[in-house]
Design a protein around this ligand. Structure first.
Ligand SMILES: Cc1cc2nc3c(=O)[nH]c(=O)nc-3n(C[C@H](O)[C@H](O)[C@H](O)COP(=O)(O)O)c2cc1C
Ligand code: SF4
Ligand code: SF4
Ligand code: SF4
Ligand code: FES
Length: 590
């Protein structure tokens, strides 16, 4: 029996190491230490429920484990074969306990390719990766395929880069192969600067060899002997696991000189980045790797022609590389049979916000937003209404409820003014003000602009200031039209992807939630009751049911209320914290 306990960053933070120790002590006490193993795996994507554990071979899933559960787990499950009911996952809507991992909507509706080894291996042991067909694809390309055949297979697969732009990977490799200036480089972009995104981190931590193998295959295809993985320094566990993986691969003859006795040489170095969002942009990343300030440069020349130190360079995202070995093993046609016409395979998403099952999920391209939010995400907590989802990170676009049936793929999302980006999905319920949300995302882009070009540096700040005026009650007629004009201008004149996409949150919310902008500008009202400056902090006597909930929750006793009396807010004491508004079930506070 194997107890696969999650050892990803989230579960470690919520106490997995102590749970491991407690279970191991319990097993030792009962003389079971040789028969039952506790294995620390990479992140399973369900971090909010952590620490989590799956028991193999039966597939029983436990969540929210604590060290004090160890004795019962061993006594009941390991010895008597009876799953411990209290520790099973509870379905958020029906409140039903679900014993098997495969029956939980969050897991059951996924299809794993990039995350194929999730929860199944110990990331620090190369043997476990190899036992799951690891490095078979590298062996296959080195012994039986020419670089051109590898590129052809990737082209057939239809794989498009998972780092955001969706550029076809096979074409990128083909172009890089064309240049016969050496040395060449292959780079893995593990910068992952989008707030809320942790897809790449999870792969680097949980299955680092899949990235190394993908990189080695790309190196063979383009003719490189050296690779770099650029990982933000804020990902220490990813760096540690990658380092261990590189050393183990070298010891096993899978990296370094004369790999698998085929004459192919390739080695990888890790470069910890300083954590600037713009350093994830490919040309800025290469400057940063060279020790210069990470600022994007104008393309062409493309990196394939002149990248790192002016040499031909291929750069792909972590998830892109992780998809490569299964494509080589199963064939490009297999991968192309999954997904939609223009977007093949699967995509890993980070589901966050107002959703029951927060976490990382991998689904076929073309899955609808509705299925992502309701079947996998378990819907919105407290029976609230879905209002919108922000797709594609801070510079993505908002998708409203009327478009819940949109298929999630590169092209469909672009059509509706959103984007795939790196796969961040922030779900919002009816308590969200779309104007304030768009302003929040714009603030991120203003802060992260590298300042090189004027439209992005100055234009975004002007947009942000205008949004601040609107949410604080100083909005004027014409502001919305100005924002639209400015946004279009910044998109078309900015130098890199940051400026080209940063106006998306504002533009998409104007497109889908124009009424909210009008309410702020014309009526000086925030319909979602979020923008403090537009709230009155007055109780509406017609709606007040005299329940006293606001009175009990006000942290500064600013509410006067007695039984069978309408509540009253003392404005001199009120700090405008909005606790009463959040708690009033009758929407009686304006
Ligand atoms: C501002 C900015 C930040 C980016 N950050 C990342 C990142 O963190 N990780 C990533 O893989 N790609 C990022 N990209 C996209 C990369 O520039 C590049 O397109 C991608 O890494 C290429 O790999 P792919 O073809 O496998 O997607 C960013 C782009 C921009 C404009
Ligand atoms: S668009 Fe923004 S981040 Fe990109 S180069 Fe210009 S100023 Fe820098
Ligand atoms: S919580 Fe709402 S309904 Fe209840 S007393 Fe306060 S204002 Fe009235
Ligand atoms: S906004 Fe905060 S401080 Fe003011 S009345 Fe409501 S709960 Fe009290
Ligand atoms: S860290 Fe355990 S599920 Fe993510």
């Amino acid at each position: 029996m194997n107890l696969m306990l999650c050892g990803g960053t989230g579960c470690i933070a919520s106490g997995a190491p102590k749970v491991k120790q407690a279970i191991e002590e319990e097993l030792l006490k009962r003389g079971l230490a040789d028969e039952v193993q506790v294995v620390l795996t990479g992140c399973n994507g369900f971090c909010a429920m952590g620490p989590i554990m799956t028991v193999f071979p039966d597939g029983i899933f436990y969540n929210k484990l604590k060290p004090e559960h160890a004795a019962r787990l061993v006594e009941e499950h390991v010895l008597k074969g009876r799953p411990v009911k209290e520790l099973l996952f509870e379905e958020p809507v029906e409140k039903e306990k679900i014993p098997l991992l495969k029956d939980i909507g969050f897991f059951g509706n996924q299809r794993l390719i990039a995350l194929r080894n999730r929860g199944l291996i110990d990331a620090e042991r190369i043997e476990e990766y190899i036992a799951r067909d690891g490095y078979q694809a590298l062996a296959k390309v080195l012994t039986s395929m020419t670089p051109e055949e590898v590129i052809e297979e990737i082209k057939i697969s239809g794989l498009r880069g998972r780092g955001g732009a969706g550029f076809p990977t096979g074409l990128k490799w083909e172009e890089c192969r064309k240049y016969d200036r050496f040395p060449k480089y292959t780079i893995c972009n593990g910068d992952e600067g989008d707030p809320g995104a942790f897809m790449d981190r999870s792969i680097m931590e949980g299955d680092p060899h899949s990235v190394l193998e993908g990189m080695a295959i790309s190196a063979y295809a383009i003719g490189a002997e050296k690779g770099y993985i650029y990982v933000r320094a804020e990902y220490p566990l990813a760096i540690k696991r990658l380092q261990i993986a590189i050393e183990q691969a070298r010891e096993s003859g899978l990296l370094g000189e004369n790999i698998l006795d085929t004459g192919f040489n390739f080695d990888i170095e890790i470069y910890p980045g300083a954590g600037a969002f713009v350093c994830g942009e490919s040309t800025a990343l290469m400057y940063s790797l060279e020790g210069k300030r990470g600022m994007p440069r104008i393309k062409p020349p493309r990196s394939a022609e002149s990248g790192l130190w002016g040499q031909p360079t291929n750069l792909n995202n972590v998830e892109t590389y992780a998809n490569v070995p299964p494509i080589i093993l199963n064939g490009g046609a297999w991968f192309a049979s999954i997904g939609t016409e223009g977007s093949k395979g699967t995509k890993v998403f980070a589901l966050t916000g107002a959703i029951n099952n927060v976490g990382l999920v991998e689904v076929p391209m073309g899955t609808t937003l509705r299925s992502l939010v309701f079947d996998i995400g378990g819907g919105i907590p407290k029976k609230r209404q879905f209002k919108a989802a922000q797709l594609g990170g801070p510079s993505g676009g908002c998708v409203p409820a009327s478009l819940l049936d949109v298929q999630i793929d590169f092209d469909s999302l672009t059509e509706i003014g959103a984007m795939m980006g790196s796969g961040g999905v922030v779900v919002m319920d009816e308590r969200t003000c779309m104007v304030d949300t768009a302003r929040f995302f714009t603030a991120f882009s203003v802060d992260e602009s590298c300042g090189k070009c004027i439209p992005c540096r100055e234009g975004l700040k002007v947009m942000y200031d205008k949004m601040t005026d609107i949410v604080e009650g100083r909005g004027k007629e014409g502001d919305v039209e100005d924002l639209e004009k400015l946004g279009r201008m910044i998109k078309s004149t900015s130098h890199c992807g940051l400026g080209q996409s940063a106006p998306n949150p504002i533009l998409s919310t104007i497109r889908h939630f124009r009424n909210e902008y009008d309410a702020h500008v014309r009526e000086k009202k925030c319909p979602a009751k979020v923008c403090v400056e537009l709230l009155l902090f007055e109780v509406n006597p017609e709606k007040c049911k005299m329940c006293g909930i606001c009175f009990r929750n006000c942290p500064v006793q600013a509410i006067e209320w007695e039984k069978k009396q309408v509540a009253r807010i003392n404005k001199e004491k009120c700090t405008k914290c909005k606790t009463c508004i959040a708690n009033c079930r009758f929407d009686a506070i304006d």
